[in-house]
Ligand binder design. Structure first.
Ligand code: F6R
Length: 359
């Protein structure tokens, strides 16, 4: 069943090109995104989007907030479901409430969906499981088509969620005329390249296997990035925590100097996401500050960075979102290889369940 892979997680990382192809299937024309499952009236009278989720799905929601504001020009906020449900939130009916869940059964997320419905909001779920509780309850649903995800640490579900959000932000951009047809067409062209960008190259996997042995015994990891690479940093840190049991935190690169940099020393490992097409110079100077304080740096970038101790080279892409997807694969593989070296059961990490249906 593992088709020669050591763990389901590894197999699922390798499957990402195929499942994203499925996610895109029939949903792209030359200059528009097609969601037959959505009624266009879903966005009528909507001035704000609120996203709510847990864990990895929360990270994809966070990445969506950048895309909805940048491409769809619509005010967007993101909430952790377990917080949202108890904090007496203000809900107005010009808000579209979107929940994101691989399983469609996560108790806290399901509860926020019930609250939004009760408050009379329009609701949408982005989900991987048809006929799940959330799909049945929400007004509309978009399925991610990632297939069954067996590894407890989510990989391909995250990849398809981010793909859907990129598409949805363009879908809304078309409805709201916030991007020109040419701009939408060129982004659709890029979307078609996502499967190629997540294809695992032997060179990258071998490199990560080799360098993973340096990263087993430090006192902690920082994953850092800016903009959409910040949610990716959070996701990288979560993956590592889940399966390696090492301490890892995701941070916006610019936040280092506000406290965390005090931890920097050679035993503090910084995994730096340095895309070429988004705030490269800003991110680079944050990494230089960490390097000057002797943190051990692993740079993930298409541009060689002389202050790094290790370097995972990504390909040159035409757009930062394609860089995002390739870097996503790099951080997934890094967690996988560190966990394997530590002798852990990658697919069944201690203390975790695949679906959290209790509070
Ligand atoms: C992390 C992971 C969890 C889930 C979270 C939400 O690898 O799998 O953080 O993302 O429990 O689950 P869903 O998406 O099913 O609502």
């Amino acid at each position: 069943q593992k088709d020669g892979y050591r763990f389901f997680m590894e197999k699922e990382i390798y499957e990402q090109a195929d499942v994203i192809t499925d996610t895109l299937l029939g949903r792209l024309s030359v200059d528009s995104v097609i969601f037959d499952e959505l009624d266009k009236s879903l966005f009528e009278g909507i001035n704000e989007i609120k996203l709510c989720a847990c864990g990895t799905s929360y990270h994809s929601a966070l990445s969506a907030s950048y895309m909805f504001e940048r491409y769809s020009k619509i005010k967007t906020s993101v909430e952790v479901a377990s917080e949202f449900r108890y904090r007496e939130p203000i809900m107005t009916n010009d808000t579209l409430f979107i929940v994101i869940s691989q399983s469609g059964e996560t108790a806290d997320t399901l509860e926020t969906l019930k609250m939004a419905k009760k408050a009379g909001l329009k609701t949408l779920v982005i989900c991987n499981v048809d006929n799940s509780s959330m799909v049945r309850l929400a007004d509309s649903s978009i399925l991610t088509r990632a297939g069954v995800e067996k590894g407890v640490a989510s990989t391909k579900a995250f990849a398809t969620q981010v793909t859907i959000f990129w598409m949805l932000s363009l879908y809304v951009a078309k409805l709201k005329n916030s991007l020109t047809s040419d701009e939408i067409a060129s982004q659709i062209h890029l979307l078609r390249e996502v499967p190629a960008s997540v294809k695992v190259s032997d060179a990258m996997h071998e490199k990560i296997k080799r360098l993973s042995k340096r990263y087993l015994h430090g006192h902690g990891f920082f994953f850092i990035g800016r903009d959409v690479f910040y949610p990716l940093a959070l996701e990288g840190a979560l993956k590592l925590k889940e399966i390696s049991y090492l301490h890892a935190e995701g941070y916006p690169s610019g936040e280092m100097k506000h406290g965390p940099i005090a931890l920097a020393d050679p035993e503090l490992f910084t995994i730096a996401l340095l895309p070429q097409h988004l705030l490269y110079e800003k991110s680079k100077s944050n990494v230089e500050e960490l390097s000057a304080r002797d943190s051990t740096i692993c740079a993930i970038s298409p541009i060689e960075f002389d202050k790094a101790d290790d370097y995972i080279r990504t390909k040159e892409h035409a757009h930062y979102m394609l860089e995002f997807f390739e870097m996503m694969v790099a951080v997934q593989l890094l967690s996988l290889e560190i966990s394997i070296r530590l002798g852990n059961d990658v697919d069944m990490p201690r203390n975790l369940a695949k679906s959290v249906t209790v509070e």
